[in-house]
Design a protein around this ligand. Structure first.
Ligand SMILES: [Zn+2]
Length: 198
């Protein structure tokens, strides 16, 4: 129910708060930026609402959103993968698997056309550990954002239950009319993938 903009606003507040707390605790700007980047990525690119194919979060992927179709089909909206940490990790692994697949396909294709491209990213061990720590920062940022998302989902559901049913239904009808005016009525094939973005 908070929808895309509700979550984006909440995460923006959390981003500012995290930045202030980390600076106050004496973390370097590099660490703060990496954590902030994690929050931004988890808000705009890999939000928990990737489990809903009609969500704003998936729309942001443009044509590439079809890469998320298997994920959205497998994960039920607001099911286990909506939980922070576990869900965060699964979405990261999902993207890494897609990237790995692309690298493999390109290597195969390059070999066929006889192009030599080095995909060797390895530097020396110190560099790798140093960079890996930033990845940990980014991941922590993503977990912070996903936790905020989850808490907001739970809180808004509680609030919603406090509102009498007839008001809720009136709101649903209103929202439905809006959606239809925006995008036209839902097509049959979209019914099973539609739902409320939360
Ligand atoms: Zn949600």
């Amino acid at each position: 129910m908070p929808g895309f903009w509700g979550h984006t606003t909440a995460n923006a507040v959390v981003l500012v708060g995290t930045t202030m707390v980390m600076r106050w605790q004496g973390w370097s700007w590099q660490d703060v930026m990496a954590v902030d980047a994690g929050i931004a990525v988890a808000t705009f690119v890999l939000s928990p609402d990737m489990d809903l194919f009609r969500s704003e979060s998936i729309k942001g992927w443009g044509v590439l959103r079809y890469l998320w179709l298997p994920y959205a089909k497998l994960a039920k909206h607001r099911d286990r993968l909506h939980l922070p940490v576990a869900g965060t990790l699964v979405r990261w692994l999902y993207v890494m698997a897609i990237l790995a697949l692309f690298v493999i396909l390109f290597r195969f294709w390059f070999r066929r056309i006889g192009l030599q491209v080095s995909f060797d990213f390895a530097g020396d061990a110190d560099d790798i550990i140093y960079n890996a720590l930033y990845i940990v920062d980014v991941f922590i940022g993503a977990v912070i954002a996903d936790t905020t998302h989850y808490l907001l989902d739970v809180a808004s559901t509680r609030l919603k239950r406090l509102i009498p049913r007839r008001y809720r239904e009136r709101y649903e009808r209103y929202a439905q009319r809006h959606r239809e005016r925006d995008r036209g009525p839902l097509r049959g094939s979209e019914w099973n993938l539609q739902g409320e973005e939360r």
